[in-house]
Design a binder for this molecule. Structure first.
Ligand SMILES: Cc1ncc(COP(=O)(O)O)c(C=O)c1O
Length: 404
């Protein structure tokens, strides 16, 4: 085993400015901070990368806050959202009734019925902007009944299995039958396809595995489009939503031959799971800031005090200790540099221990910054998002309710 190197060092001026802004704003608890300038830059990066005519759909679950969505809509100019559950669908129907909502996963029929049962009469038009995602003939039959019961025409988007194997149709007789069923039912409207392929960048490039999977996904999608064209004719094809991609893959789409729109959300705030080669032009724009409760020059482990000296001598990064307000998030400390969790002491959601090296210098009430690994669930664990720009906290964006 090689002796660990000391990772401690001076604090990053970027985080010192953010810390000063939080103090000025009177914030002294674990807070999710979004850097609005970086967020804006990420939206522009995404838009600039899209080929002419490619639509952009915002993945709402990865950006679970109306403030975030409003800002991204304003910068990107899109009115398309991808929505993932009934509470989110209902909330967005009321708050953004003009937006197109494509379900990113099929909703159980009871949840879809609940949506209609609880939709305020003043917002009933918003339901017309929804594309319901359908993955099986059985679910299609359920939605046909729902359309009858509600007296509405439902837009049906068919989920394609382009290689992820998370369900959906593959080209073939079942897909043809589903399209025919929709065509024959005046209360259903065939609105397009959704084919998601996040498995591709996770495959090794060696032996051409990744290229093969990408070509495979596109040839499955193309075969489905050909089947659709046979059923509905070339003219009607122009009106279909051909949705594909997610943050890890949107940059693969360089023309409109397969997809007419890409969906992406996480890359706009860039949690660490999205630190991929393809997403290099995106910058981290979200951080957890949490106050230090206690700061100690030495690490002392309960019942193991006799070994503390030897442990610190072996691993300089375990020399000092801070206890932070909260913890145990899906996140990793980024500033001060070199902070690590302590496997022996364990994790805590109340006062988490972090250890650092000789250069660690942080006092109680100063902030430790962590970088989220993902956004969707983590963003809902804090109160309102603190919006940071130009050295100040400039706004506060409530997040979705946890149920959404
Ligand atoms: C259907 C679908 N499309 C796109 C995405 C991409 O979301 P993100 O860009 O946040 O990774 C997801 C994420 O789970 C998804 O389920």
């Amino acid at each position: 085993m090689t002796k660990p190197k000391d990772h401690s060092g001076p604090r990053d001026p970027y985080f010192l400015s953010m810390q000063a802004a939080l103090a000025d704003a009177g914030i002294a608890w674990p807070t999710l901070v979004v850097d609005r300038a970086r967020l804006t830059a990420n939206v522009k990066t995404l838009k600039a990368d899209l080929p002419d005519g490619m639509g952009y759909r915002i993945v709402a679950k990865s950006l679970p806050s109306l403030g975030l969505l409003r800002h991204i809509r304003a910068i990107s100019g899109t009115d398309r959202l991808m929505t993932f559950n009934q509470p989110m669908l209902s909330l967005l129907s009321v708050e953004m009734p003009d937006a197109s909502q494509l379900l990113g996963k099929p909703l159980p029929i009871v949840a879809a019925r609940h949506y209609f049962d609880t939709l305020p009469a003043s917002h009933t038009d918003a339901a017309g902007n929804i594309q319901w995602l359908i993955d099986t003939p059985e679910r299609l039959a359920q939605y046909a009944v729902l359309a009858q019961q509600t007296g509405r025409t439902l837009n049906i988007n068919l989920e394609l299995d382009v290689g992820l194997h998370r369900g959906g149709f593959e080209p073939g007789p079942a897909l043809a039958a589903a399209i025919e069923t929709i065509k024959a039912d005046p209360s259903l409207n065939f609105s397009g396809f959704m084919g998601y392929e996040p498995h591709i960048p996770a495959l090794p490039t060696a032996l051409g595995w990744r290229d093969r999977a990408l070509k495979g996904a596109w040839s499955i999608y193309t075969a489905a489009l050909e089947q659709a064209q046979e059923a509905i004719g070339a003219d009607a094809m122009a009106g279909l939503t051909r949705n594909a991609a997610g943050s890890p893959t949107y940059r693969y789409y360089k023309d409109l031959s397969v997809a007419s729109e890409v969906s992406a959300g996480s890359c706009l705030v860039k949690p660490s799971h999205f630190d991929t080669e393809l997403l290099e032009p995106h910058v981290p724009a979200s951080f957890i800031a949490t106050p230090v409760i206690k700061s100690f020059e030495h690490t002392r482990l309960p019942g193991l005090e006799f070994a503390d000296g030897a442990t610190a001598a072996w691993n300089p990064n375990s020399r000092k200790t801070v206890f932070i307000h909260g913890g145990h998030w899906l996140a990793d400390p980024v500033d001060p540099p070199g902070l690590e969790y302590n496997k022996t002491f364990g994790r805590s959601s109340n006062q988490e221990m972090l250890n650092g090296g000789p250069e660690l210098s942080i006092a109680p009430d100063e902030f430790v910054f962590l970088r989220p690994q993902q956004s969707e669930a983590l963003f809902l664990q804090f109160g309102d998002i603190a919006v940071y720009e130009d050295g100040a906290i400039v706004d506060s964006w409530p997040t979705f309710p946890v149920s959404a």
